[in-house]
Design a binder for this molecule. Structure first.
Ligand code: AP5
Ligand code: MG
Length: 199
């Protein structure tokens, strides 16, 4: 299975704690594609104290979105490199309508646009439970989790509305076990015409 050039290019959208990283890792392994997490890359820059890391630290710590230009510049190379090999699963980007529009122009020109967008739907109280249990550094405190959820409502939910009705966008019940979520995603991907159309 695979799309044009036997590639797979996926996008995961979900609230903080929805399981984007968990599912992206599994999809990457299953389909031999590269997992690209904007949050993981940003946190790595902060740990390495790069100049980008110094620029973004206060945004990440507070749960605010990092400016679009910074994220776009950081992701351009890894996304293009992944598209040249097996494909990618993007986790955490795009997360606003503005980012989707700006990145579409770039990937469209290269012929490496996303083939499926997967929305992981999880009730709010389960999100909070997962994040409090995980306790990832500075942004998994109660106050910052609250703010991240609010930013998700204000900035990312409009992206879901923007994508709504596209045949390559679908929602999965992310409150199930990680295995069940994974199998649901795979089943839905297999039904998409991008992956079933004969060459
Ligand atoms: P980012 O790293 O993207 O964080 P997030 O969106 O808040 O999401 P998380 O990584 O916390 O959760 P996840 O959905 O990956 O879930 P996970 O699999 O870990 O962004 C962090 C920050 O970076 C942002 O606040 C912003 O500052 C900046 N940033 C990133 N991208 C940006 C962008 N595009 N533009 C601007 N700024 C950006 O799971 C969570 C927990 O639940 C884990 O413990 C896991 O084991 C558990 N779990 C997962 N699945 C299940 C399941 N099915 N059942 C039970 N437990 C589960
Ligand atoms: Mg994550």
């Amino acid at each position: 299975m695979g799309g044009a050039g036997d590639q797979m290019r996926l996008l995961l959208i979900g609230a903080p704690g929805a399981g984007k990283g968990t599912q992206a890792e599994r999809l990457a392994e299953r389909f031999g594609i590269t997992h690209i997490s904007s949050g993981d890359l940003l946190r790595q820059h902060v740990r390495d104290q790069t100049s980008l890391g110094q620029t973004v630290k206060s945004y990440v710590d507070k749960g605010d979105l990092v400016p679009d230009g910074v994220v776009m510049d950081m992701l351009r190379k890894p996304v293009v490199a992944a598209a040249e090999t097996g494909g990618y699963v993007l986790d955490g980007f795009p997360r606003t309508v503005e980012q989707a529009e700006a990145s579409y122009a770039v990937v469209r020109a290269l012929g490496v646009e996303v083939q499926a967008a997967i929305h992981l739907d999880v009730p709010r109280q389960e999100l909070v439970r997962r994040l409090m249990a995980r306790g990832r550094g500075s942004d998994d405190t109660e106050a910052v989790i609250e703010h991240r959820l609010q930013v998700y409502q204000e900035r990312t939910v409009p992206l879901l509305e923007y994508y709504a009705g596209r045949e390559w966008m679908f929602t999965v019940d992310g409150a199930q076990s990680a295995d069940a979520v994974h199998e649901d995603i795979v089943a839905r991907i297999r039904r998409l015409t991008a992956f079933t159309a004969s060459p």
